[in-house]
Design a protein around this ligand. Sequence first.
Ligand SMILES: [Zn+2]
Length: 139
Amino acid sequence: MTAASYPLPRPDAYTQPYWDGAAAGELRYQRCAACGHVQLIPRSLCEQCHGSRLDWQVSQRTGTVLTFTTVYRAPLPAFKSMVPYVIAIVDMDEGFRVMANALPQGREGLEIGVRVRIGFQDVHGMALPVVEAVQEAGA
Ligand SMILES: [Zn+2]
């Protein structure tokens, strides 16, 4: 699998702070200074009130699994060597949602409603968010 065939995100002016954070192991998200709305996908405006003062915050990287699925058929040739793999949608404690692949240790005990920690995995030089681990109850 070559980097050229793997569909990596392409940072732009709005998303660069997110990717800079990811490279440093930080999961960053935007919070609107006007209404407090939080959003993961970086934008120039708040998706709730259209305010333009968005501050970058650093997540604690913990959340609850909303849903997940196992992918058996690669949607792209670049993913063929990865199947089967697990994708989860996680409601983060700060109020935004992350969709991420689960690392092998993040699949053990993965269920809807369990607490998980998000980490990063280096994929062709980019730090992509992953479900790093399922947390023990009460952890
Ligand atoms: Zn707002």
